[in-house]
Ligand binder design. Structure first.
Ligand code: OGA
Ligand code: NI
Length: 373
């Protein structure tokens, strides 16, 4: 090996360091518990990103907050549908308040995620896995071996993507009861939102649900430990979501940001609220009418921060073909399909199997470019 080749040595060391970290099965929380005061190098963002960050300005725009009171019918529903249309076309993100899920259940869900991550490490480690076929798994950084820098975050994932099904006994007992109750509520609420989104696209209320967009849910329960050097790393790198729709529950710490007009904008925690965002698949089936936008989470001295995202992905089995909705691509109004039809499985595989190409982060709408005409 050429000892002057800095790059090779760095690559070798990094691979080794990643493996050592992975094999602890203790995640980032394990590092914090061990008392680290400097973050290990695998978490440090590349130099070009840190420089770009220093030079970026921040604006204080406010992402739309939509009050769902009275959304069942009449003029109030029309008003809400219109607000959702504007938010989905311009921001790809909005927050909702006065929705149908009790606040007490949201608080309990955050608490039970905390309990999972803070339980005895021997029990938690039993769930540690990188096998994406496991429906229930705990890990730190899904893309640990592909990303340019690891994120300051651990995650418990419950996945129903392959078949829309989860055996309750597989859910960790420490959070089982609350989690199952939350899943029930959030699934129903997802259906309600998909009706409003269908109408916002000018379609019949059940259009998106009939495409089975709210089947195949994946829940990611994140734990962002306090970080001793938050300016050097991120809680979650910039990405878009590989879903139709994502519903995000966050606690009161903050750190989530969305990209709007080329600027990072905070998504401030809203007690009892939900963050709703359009995923890549909805951007595609809406023929680019709705936008799946980049977002990320900052690391923070304060913490832990807890959040839970529910991705409505559609199901892989049986295979189903998706593409821009015909009603939205009628030649008569001048719009033609922007994307080719695709199998969800193929798109998900592009997402899962993508290795970093040095230009775009692995999880961005860029991965769908090959579907564009
Ligand atoms: C995600 C995500 C944001 C958060 O899981 O895709 O964007 O606040 N999470 O944890
Ligand atoms: Ni996301």
């Amino acid at each position: 090996m050429d000892i002057f080749s800095n790059e090779d040595t760095e690559k070798y060391d990094r691979a080794d360091a990643l493996k050592v970290f992975d094999e602890t099965k203790a995640g980032v929380k394990g590092l914090v518990d061990a008392g680290v005061t400097k973050i290990p190098r695998i978490f440090i963002r590349p130099h070009d990103e840190l420089v770009e960050e220093l030079n970026s300005s921040k604006v204080s725009l406010q992402i739309p907050i939509i009050d769902l009171t009275g959304s069942e019918k009449g003029d109030r529903r029309k008003e809400i549908v219109e607000q959702i249309r504007v938010a989905s076309e311009t921001w790809g993100f909005f927050q909702v308040i006065n929705h149908e899920i009790p606040k007490s259940l949201l608080d309990e869900t955050i608490d039970c995620i905390r309990m999972f991550h803070e339980q005895e490490s021997e029990i938690k480690m039993k769930f540690y896995s990188r096998d994406r076929m496991n429906k229930v798994r705990f890990d730190s950084n899904l893309d640990l071996y592909q990303s340019r820098a690891a994120n300051w975050r651990d995650t418990l994932t419950l996945s129903m993507f392959i078949l829309d099904d989860l055996n309750p006994d597989e859910v960790p007992s420490i959070c089982r009861e609350t989690m199952l109750e939350y899943i029930k509520h959030v699934t129903k609420f997802g259906g309600t939102l998909l009706e409003l989104l269908s109408e916002a696209l000018g379609l019949r209320p059940h259009h998106l649900q009939d495409l089975e967009c709210c089947h195949g849910r994946t829940f990611v329960c994140h734990y962002y430990p306090p970080c001793p050097e938050p300016e050097l790393t991120l809680g979650s790198s910039k990405h878009t979501d590989p879903s139709f729709l994502t519903l995000l529950l966050q606690d009161n710490i903050g750190g989530l940001q969305v990209r709007h007009h080329d600027q990072w904008t905070d998504v401030p925690p809203l007690a009892g609220g939900f963050v709703v965002n359009i995923g890549d698949f909805l951007q595609i089936v809406s023929n680019d009418k709705f936008k799946s936008v980049d977002h990320r989470v900052l690391a923070n001295h304060n913490g832990p921060r807890i959040s839970m995202a529910c991705f409505f992905t559609g199901v892989a089995v049986p295979p189903k073909i998706y593409g821009p909705i015909k009603e939205l691509t009628l030649q008569s109004d001048g719009s033609t399909p922007v994307y080719q039809d695709f199998l969800l499985r193929t798109l998900m595989c592009m997402f899962m199997c993508h290795t970093h190409d040095g230009i775009f982060g692995p999880f961005t709408m860029q991965r769908s470019t090959s579907l564009r005409f």
